[in-house]
Design a protein around this ligand. Structure first.
Ligand SMILES: NC(=O)c1ccc[n+]([C@@H]2O[C@H](COP(=O)([O-])OP(=O)(O)OC[C@H]3O[C@@H](n4cnc5c(N)ncnc54)[C@H](O)[C@@H]3O)[C@@H](O)[C@H]2O)c1
Length: 356
């Protein structure tokens, strides 16, 4: 049995950069794609790292996404901006929107940018962290292709619509919650499929009739399970409202998808920056946040657990290990990426361990 190949993060970034450059896109775009995608792998969020690249490359090559487009502001009023992504890469649109949100927060205390006609931006955490690294609380949400039925329904009406909040502090994120409004993100079901796992854990998905299933294939044909039943369903609709309704962009089934070839994706995104220093000095904020997370962690662990964690900790721990020991890439995914590389004339890096 061959082990998954393991790479230094920089080798992966360099490979992604070269693949994007081979598509004749600007160096700045290649850098953004490489940094944001590999960051997800480094944090252990493998469902939103390199796994997305084959889909992004297919979208770019088919002309379903305009890799040269950076989008433009439609309006700016006080602390609020509406942005038209004009079908550019989600990462490039998000880079612009987060920077506008931070600028507006510096000017007004809060900055809120909503984007329409954007595309998949990967893990929400990267964009919320981009804001929290600049000393503001970053809140990010986005819409996604219809894979989730409203509670008590069986027809998909919205996506896994993630909600992310990153607070400034240690390593640019004193607390970092990044979660789909479904039990898990869709990428985890695709990952189970890539790895050839026939079964997924109970509670992740429903079949096409709306019945709970643990079959990976039934889940792929069916729908994801809303987080906590009707409450997750309500949160997903809130995300649709803040992203899609506010931006006057696509709603619900009007969205396409990463794998949908006959129409644009039309993702909507929401970026809120909160300037902490308007409320209290940053040092005091960090100290109070540390106190709060410390209070959470001071709880005695429940039976079966060694400790209490707060959001962000599992990924920071993985990040520390992967920066030290390297980043594993699932062998089937690596084969796909190498095939793309040889087609585009880009030489894949050698792993530091595991079989290539
Ligand atoms: N772009 C898109 O369309 C899209 C859509 C959905 C999800 N996503 C991304 O998918 C990724 C994965 O989402 P997910 O919901 O499967 O994440 P997850 O369930 O793995 O983690 C969700 C959150 O829970 C925290 N957490 C995990 N274990 C914990 C514990 N034991 N104690 C305390 N906190 C804990 C994590 O730190 C994280 O903040 C995210 O990066 C999200 O942005 C993207």
């Amino acid at each position: 049995m061959s082990a998954d190949p393991v790479f230094h993060a920089e080798a992966l970034r360099s490979y992604v950069r070269s693949l994007i450059l081979a598509l004749k896109l600007p160096r700045s775009t290649a850098d953004t794609m490489a940094e944001s995608l590999v960051a997800a792998n480094v944090r252990g969020v493998d469902s939103h790292g390199l796994q997305l690249l084959p889909f992004y490359i297919a979208q770019l090559e088919d002309g379903r996404v305009n890799g040269l487009e950076t989008g433009a502001a439609v309006s700016e009023s006080g602390a609020v901006m509406v942005y038209d992504g004009r079908n550019g890469l989600g990462q490039i649109v998000s880079e612009k929107c987060t920077d506008h949100a931070v600028r507006l927060a510096r000017e007004h205390g809060l900055g809120c940018v909503v984007a329409r006609e954007s595309n998949h931006f990967g893990a929400a955490a990267w964009w919320a962290q981009r804001m929290s690294r600049q000393g503001v609380i970053g809140i990010v949400m986005c819409t996604a292709s219809s894979t989730v039925a409203p509670w008590q329904g069986k027809d998909p009406r919205w996506g896994t619509n993630p909600i992310c909040c990153s607070a400034p502090g240690r390593d640019g994120g004193g607390w970092l919650l990044d979660m789909a409004t479904t039990t898990v993100a869709m990428g985890k079901i695709y990952r189970a499929n890539i790895l050839g796992n026939e079964e997924i854990p109970a509670g992740w998905a429903m079949d096409s009739e709306g019945l709970p299933t643990t079959s990976t294939q039934e889940a792929l044909r069916g729908m994801l399970m809303p987080l906590g039943g009707y409450k997750g369903s309500g949160l997903a609709l809130m995300v649709e409202m803040l992203c899609g309704v506010l931006s006057a962009g696509a709603l619900s089934t009007e969205l396409g998808g990463l794998r949908v070839k006959d129409r644009p994706f039309r993702v909507c995104q929401f970026f809120l920056a909160i300037d902490v220093s308007r409320f209290l000095p940053m040092e005091e904020f960090e100290e109070r946040l540390r106190k709060l997370t410390g209070m959470a962690k001071s709880s005695s662990p429940a039976a079966g657990f060694d400790e209490v964690l707060v959001a962000g900790e599992p990924e920071w721990r993985t990040e520390a290990v992967r920066l030290r020991e390297g980043v594993p890439v699932a062998a089937p995914l690596w084969n796909t990426l190498r095939e793309i590389g040889s087609r585009l004339g880009v030489v894949a890096p050698e792993p530091v361990s595991g079989l290539p």
